[in-house]
Design a protein around this ligand. Sequence first.
Ligand code: ADP
Ligand code: GLC
Length: 471
Amino acid sequence: MKILFAAAEAYPLAKVGGLGDVAGSLPKALRELGHDVRIAMPRYGTIREATKELGSFPVSIGGADHDSKLRTLRLGEVPVYLVDFAPLFDRTKVYEYPDDGQRFAFFGKAVLDLLPAADWWPDVVHLNDWHSALAAAYLKTSYAAQERYRRIGCVLTIHNLQHQGLFGRDVFDWAGLPAETWDPEGVEFYGKMNFLKAGIVYADRVNTVSPTYAKEIQTEAFGFGLDGLLRSRAAKLSGILNGIDYDVWNPARDSNIPQKYSKSSLEKKGKNKAALQKEADLPALSKVPLIGIVSRVTEQKGFDILIPAIPEIMNLGVQVVLLGTGEAVYQEPLEAFAAAGKGFVAYLKYDEPLAHRIYAGSDFFLMPSKFEPCGLGQEISLRYGTIPIVRETGGLADTVVDVTTDSKEGNGFVFQEYKAGALVDVVRRAVEFFRTRRGWRSLQQQAMTRDLSWRASAKAYADLYKEARSG
Ligand code: ADP
Ligand code: GLC
């Protein structure tokens, strides 16, 4: 099958979070199953890789015809089409500009408009999150009269329902969709233009990135106002657990870590811990439990309960190394804890190699998310034999099994209540388990046993594409 995979990020060209990881690895896994998958993404100013120019194509939007360049390169075996329209994309960041509505309406349309210039017609377009979701609305309305577009199936993957792409009516007017789509049954959402809703309404199939999150988003507590719509679309909604790229995340071959190791040489993992402690200026004591955190610093990731819990967690005699960037309201108290110098170290930046060193060098990986569509941090840490401590929600619930509920399948520590006290309790339980040493090595091995590669999930996507084609 021929699939055009559209996303705003794809590692290593651009990555803000897990979407970048998925776009960098799922297409590769689908190629290995024999599908002709190609990626479409904007060409940001930060993309310096050499490209081949395939000519230019018109994008008719905002009442004008804009000339966009089409460039291509390869990520391994996967061809990438880069939409090179400098006025909107030649910038240093992926998101968070005042004209994001225009930028990603343009991208959504360009995903379809680039096809004649590429001279390649997919069977399915696979859209990801709100940034490319508008392509579904164009495809099923303005473009539906054209035979070569009509035969294209459309899949939308929701990586995070919190971010919907909400803009004023001006963005709708600029996008130029048919007037009748400005309707509660279309792209309108309480007087606003809602990109993600457009995708949910018009795509042939909608999925999210774990089975549990697919259920959760149909409830008011997790639905961000779209739960009613999702319930009404339940028959075309499913959950497929994300995998991780086993070439990028492999402790036996990771050139970013000081000491490579595998399931059968776990004793070597300690060297990574000692190196991380040294790097973080912490006492290099193997018996002190080291907890790693690599995360966007936002409400989603549990900082509302983590920050008040930090003093009690530190009283358990642990070391914490945190890597992350995000909201100032959380970063400021984290900086204050770090300044106190009591074993809490915070790197408030984005740093890919350091993330690898933390996954490899920590004993535990903490992810107390409020909600989590899938979560890759806990999957990576399992692969590195670093024991996850997580809240039971979304993909965390689908990947981490508490060691005390199932001693055979158990691979981590899980808590339920979104409260600082419950978080302290689970960390205490984890630390006690670590200190007794009984069963620690087999717990690490159990963590590393779980298959988190893309193999099974890539097959599930291939099935979903088939369904999308048959309408
Ligand atoms: P989300 O996509 O919601 O941020 P995920 O757990 O799915 O969460 O994916 C996060 C990805 O981003 C992981 O690969 C993680 O290692 C990486 N990451 C997050 N913050 C940083 C950071 N500050 N530096 C390096 N990598 C980071
Ligand atoms: C989102 C979610 C995260 C998920 C990632 C990739 O950013 O927050 O849970 O793993 O997308 O699908």
